[in-house]
Design a protein around this ligand. Structure first.
Ligand SMILES: [Fe+2]
Ligand SMILES: [Fe+2]
Length: 315
């Protein structure tokens, strides 16, 4: 079967998009950022007669601060994602309604996290603002060569689930029930987003199986969280992996495999020879990732054991 072009894909999938948009609007619960913030912990900074931030005011560990900042900067970069999605979907009809609605929901995530961090003095607000300026000015990486609508659907499905996992684990790492509740609320939104894009991916697979599995294989084998251009991203990502906020095992078991199962990638029998090749490419990648994840876990266990032995010697 020949590949469908962008206009054909949008036309053929418009009915699926409209049904899922209605479904999303009927189940998404309204919530308000101000209900999640402990406002009575807030006080003025020096510019208004109070004190500026110093580290002793923060109730969060280093790890929780790193995770919060990474997650917030990811949410902050929304204009970049909005541009990408508007280009790859379109702003016409149900497509445009979804792109607008999704953008408005995502914006709420950045609002509530920033309010929490500033009111509770959990992080340095000056450093946070500088990082936001730097990150948003750079934007996200240009999409991969030849990236198109189907790449976009595959990428956002994985990315929504990945942010859900990362927000949930960050909530646990904060050790503050207020932060945990806020991040659980955000994670519930990310889950609905994942379901939305996942349903669109499912319909695309039925419509044009070989073309869609190729896009999925391209995206899966090249997946990175959208924070690559963030200040200190590699160092921070390593520390988040080391402490189980987001690591390879979680990526494989809690993000990649559930999505591939939802799409019944390894059970479908409607691929042609090209689709079969791309499915094989995916299977080989998944297997390799499993090996890498195990190696990472083993070396992490050794490292953590060494660190705790050293801490015992010191105490
Ligand atoms: Fe979000
Ligand atoms: Fe989302």
């Amino acid at each position: 079967m020949r590949n469908l072009d962008h206009t054909e894909l949008l036309t053929e999938l418009e009915a699926t998009m409209a049904v899922n948009l209605d479904r999303h609007l009927s189940i998404a619960k309204e919530w308000h950022p101000h209900d999640y913030i402990p406002w009575d912990e807030g006080r003025n900074f020096a510019a208004m007669g109070g004190d500026d931030w110093d580290e002793s005011q923060s109730g969060l560990s280093d790890l929780a601060r790193t995770a919060m900042i990474t997650n917030l900067l990811t949410e902050d970069n929304l204009p970049s994602y909005h541009r990408g999605l508007a280009d790859n979907f379109s702003l016409d009809g149900a497509w445009g309604t979804w792109v607008g609605r999704w953008t408005a929901e995502e914006n709420r995530h950045g609002i509530v996290m920033r309010d929490y961090l500033v009111v509770t003095r959990a992080v340095d607000p000056v450093e946070l603002e500088r990082a936001r300026m730097q990150h948003m000015t750079t934007g996200v990486d240009a999409p991969m060569d030849g990236a198109n609508f189907l790449h976009s659907v595959a990428y956002v499905t994985l990315q929504e689930l990945a942010t859900r996992v990362s927000h949930r684990n960050t909530g646990h790492a904060c050790g503050d029930p207020v932060a945990d509740r806020m991040l659980a609320r955000i994670a519930a939104d990310e889950n609905l987003h994942m379901i939305f894009y996942g349903n669109l991916g499912e319909a695309a697979l039925d419509l044009t199986p070989d073309q869609t599995v190729r896009a999925i294989a391209d995206v899966v084998t090249d997946f990175a969280m959208p924070g690559l251009n963030m200040p200190n991203f590699r160092k921070n990502a390593m520390s988040l992996a080391k402490h189980g906020i987001y690591d390879l095992r979680q990526h494989l078991d809690e993000v990649l495999m559930p999505v591939l199962r939802k799409w019944r990638i390894f059970e479908r029998n409607d691929f042609g020879p090209d689709g079969e090749r791309d499915r094989d490419r995916l299977a080989a990648f998944v297997e390799q990732l499993g090996v890498k994840a195990t190696k990472f876990e083993q070396s992490r266990d050794r490292l953590l054991a060494r660190e705790s032995a050293r801490a015992e010697m010191v105490s």
